[in-house]
Write a protein that binds this ligand. Structure first.
Ligand code: NAP
Ligand code: GFB
Length: 321
């Protein structure tokens, strides 16, 4: 079948899936895509995955589906995050190979990179060659190993069968249609949900941990444009980091202040150091991306945060809580 069929987007109901839907709709290419989620098929189930691929007969796949969440979900649900992601990724890659899919783009994450304090031989910022050169941070080790195997599995399907399987490694993503639930969300949606409520109830906006860890954040709408670009133009065996410049790293406290500014919260931030900080930093370089896509411009963080807060204000009643 090769590349004739539609581009299947797994994880289509997620934050990145919605971003890609918007990008392709703006390019008037929505008819080339089929967006699916858990309701269409549980990718942890081999038979359901095979039935999905037989029904859609994709020419290409953007594999976004994952059991994914923030630090505290990772600390609480390592077994599920390891096993569910291993199963999903295994089934999707097997089906892509068996059905002769022309291109598969899968997702890693910069949290899979070695924890710098456990690998002092590695200097920051890390690049794509470092992924397997040391243990990940203990806080999300289970998820990190499931994602590292996406890189290994893609590589071996390429080497053994000639499959055009590639991996993209986004840094922390945020944006509209994010997961805002207290139990499983990442930091930015968690801060937006809490700050929005604090302003309306005139209570404290509480930031968990010390606020000192550093992160590189990417706006989901920017990332979606990069995924669509990569589907058409990136065909290399090694992963590609998708992150803003290394010197655009910000602290959790600075991000919390951007959220406060966007929400109109005028009081001091309150920090609760009884909660874990997780990884202090995992700075990566986007040098390879800049070489292959030099004209790409990332949305300034305050602008992206304000856009996400505005989206949340208009959709919080139906947002994933
Ligand atoms: P998300 O908003 O949590 O969406 C996850 C998607 O996967 C949803 O559409 C969900 O469907 C689907 N899904 C979950 N389990 C499934 C299963 N068993 N079978 C079929 N579909 C299933 O995720 P996201 O933030 O957009 O992340 C997209 C990708 O980027 C993931 O691969 C993630 O690992 C990666 N990534 C995320 C971040 C981040 O900060 N968010 C950072 C780096 C990399 P339902 O909605 O029906 O449950
Ligand atoms: O996005 P996050 O949950 O995970 O961010 P990671 C955790 C950091 O934000 C910690 C602080 O320093 C927290 O102390 N933080 C402050 C909060 N307030 C909150 C809050 O209300 N909720 C949350 N969740 N954090 C993730 C991985 O690591 O990186 C994922 O766990 C994923 O698997 C993602 O790969 C890219 O950034 O630490």
């Amino acid at each position: 079948m090769g590349g004739d069929g539609p581009i299947l987007v797994t994880g289509g109901s997620g934050m990145l899936g919605h971003g890609i839907r918007q990008v392709v709709a703006e390019a008037d290419r929505l008819d080339r895509y089929v967006f699916v989620d858990l309701e269409d098929a549980d990718l942890c189930d081999a038979e359901q995955t095979r039935a999905l691929f037989a029904r859609v007969r994709p020419g290409g796949v953007l594999h976004l589906a994952a059991d994914v969440g923030g630090l505290y979900k990772n600390m609480a649900e390592g077994v599920q995050m390891l096993e569910r992601n291993l199963l999903m990724n295994m089934h999707v890659m097997q089906c892509c190979h068996q059905q002769g899919v022309a291109k598969l783009v899968s997702c890693l994450s910069t949290c899979v990179f070695p924890e710098p304090t456990l690998s002092p031989h590695l200097s920051l910022p890390l690049d794509e060659s470092a992924i397997h050169l040391g243990p990940p941070h203990p806080s999300n080790e289970a998820y990190a190993y499931a994602k590292r195997l996406v890189d290994v599995q893609s590589r071996y399907y390429r080497r053994q069968y000639g499959c055009n399987f590639v991996c993209l490694a986004p840094t922390n993503i945020f944006g509209p249609h994010d997961n805002f639930s207290p139990a499983s969300s990442h930091v930015v949606p968690a801060l937006i949900r809490k700050c929005y409520a604090a302003v309306r109830s005139n209570t404290d906006f509480v930031v968990l941990g010390t606020g000192s860890p550093l992160r590189q954040f990417v706006f989901s709408r920017d990332l979606a444009r990069l995924f669509v670009w990569a589907y058409d133009h990136y065909d290399e065996e090694t992963p590609l980091i998708l992150a803003p410049d290394a010197d655009h790293e910000v602290s959790i406290a600075a991000m919390a202040q951007m959220v406060a500014d966007a929400c109109g919260y005028r009081r001091p931030l309150v920090f609760d150091p009884s909660y874990a900080d997780g990884q202090f930093r995992r700075t990566v370089t986007n040098r390879k991306l800049r070489q292959r896509c030099p004209e790409f411009v990332f949305t300034p963080l305050p602008t992206a945060v304000a856009a996400t807060v505005e989206w949340y204000a208009g959709h919080h009643t139906e947002a994933r809580l």
